[in-house]
Ligand binder design. Structure first.
Ligand SMILES: C[S@@+](CC[C@H](N)C(=O)[O-])C[C@H]1O[C@@H](n2cnc3c(N)ncnc32)[C@H](O)[C@@H]1O
Length: 326
């Protein structure tokens, strides 16, 4: 855990990045308006990124307010470490374990809000050295935390075509998953696949039906990234532990960027706001015995036209808000 009291306030985006690797926060005002109901409350931002949301949360808190910020990426934490604010505690780790961080900080069960702005940040996508993008050539890595697990090059080298196809289909919804997986396995017999452009070219050549306005490797890159970082598993576990970590009346705010994530969030909020649905038929039961734990707040929100114009990456963002009942 990093806790900085004395450094100077970093400018928006921090100083640890090159200016061309900045991140523009999505749905910034809407998310923070929904999240911060009590200026003296304790909040948790599970996805610090470059701290746009975290800084906005801090600006809404009074002297007694607290913020715990988590990220799994050491580059994000380097930016967080530059923020001089005694109300902020920065933790390296995954948001699926946010309850553990809340516990360590003595606020488990009493958080006033949890924010998850999931997926990758712009600096992760834009820096070719991170290996996330088919647009820029770099080493195939795609790990949000490059110090743990295996990178994409290693995964491609050691995975059989059935498993590869499953990943492309499940996490990329790629129709030609099998054909692409077989082409990758054939190509790696010739030479190891170690660069993003190399993989993008193999997928491009194998893909029989390019979608308009979309690079043919888009779905495969997305799938590998989601798989290697266990993004859906992380989100699923984070929703459960966030609910336990909130106090009654606390808010859960989740911003997601593709339908697989949004589906998880939508179902979770729906199920928790219905309560126990498997009770015996005809059993007399009062509303308060249904064990409803969340209530949705408003409808799913998307970025405005002007936000999408200014930041095209906000186009696919969906934000859902829920409040803890008990
Ligand atoms: C979209 S960015 C967040 C941007 C941030 N809200 C801002 O305003 O700068 C997502 C961040 O979450 C981090 N992240 C993604 N999945 C994570 C996980 N399971 N645990 C911890 N951090 C995660 C990524 O490393 C990335 O820095």
């Amino acid at each position: 855990m990093l806790h900085r009291d004395n450094a100077s306030q970093a400018p928006e985006g921090g100083t640890a990045d090159r200016p061309d690797f900045r991140h523009t926060s999505v749905l910034l005002e809407g998310a923070v308006d929904a999240l911060v109901q009590y200026p003296s409350g304790a909040y948790l931002d599970g996805t610090f990124g470059r701290g746009g949301h975290s800084r906005a949360i801090l600006s809404r808190l009074d002297d007694r307010g607290r913020l715990i910020a988590i990220d799994r990426d050491p580059a994000a934490l380097a930016v967080a470490a530059e923020i001089d604010d005694a109300r902020l505690t920065v933790c390296q780790g995954v948001f699926a374990e946010l309850d553990r961080h809340a516990e360590t900080c003595g606020v488990h069960g009493s958080l006033s809000g949890v924010l998850l702005d999931v997926g990758v940040s712009s600096p992760q996508l834009d820096d070719p050295e991170r290996g996330f993008s088919f647009l820029r050539d770099g080493p195939l890595d795609m790990r949000m935390d490059p110090t743990s697990g295996i990178g994409a090059a290693e995964w491609i080298a050691r995975t059989d075509d059935h498993e590869m196809a499953r990943v492309f289909k499940t996490y990329g919804e790629e129709r030609f998953a099998k054909r692409i997986a077989r082409a990758i396995v054939a190509a790696r017999r010739e030479a190891p696949i170690e660069r993003t452009h190399q993989l993008a070219e193999i997928v491009k050549a194998a893909h029989p039906a390019w979608e308009k306005g979309k690079h043919p490797a888009t779905r495969v890159f997305q799938a590998i990234r989601i798989h290697l970082n266990d993004e859906l598993g992380q989100l699923e576990r984070a929703l459960d532990v966030a609910l336990e970590s909130l106090q009654t009346g606390g808010r859960l705010v989740v911003i997601s960027f593709h339908s697989l994530e949004d589906r998880l969030v939508k179902r979770f909020i729906r199920d928790q706001s219905r309560g126990d649905t498997h009770l015996p038929r005809g059993m007399p039961i009062r509303e308060d015995q249904l064990n409803k734990r969340l209530k949705p707040v408003g409808k799913a929100m998307r970025a405005s036209e002007s936000e999408v114009h200014a930041n095209p990456r906000s186009r696919s963002a969906v934000m859902r808000i829920a409040e803890k009942l008990k």
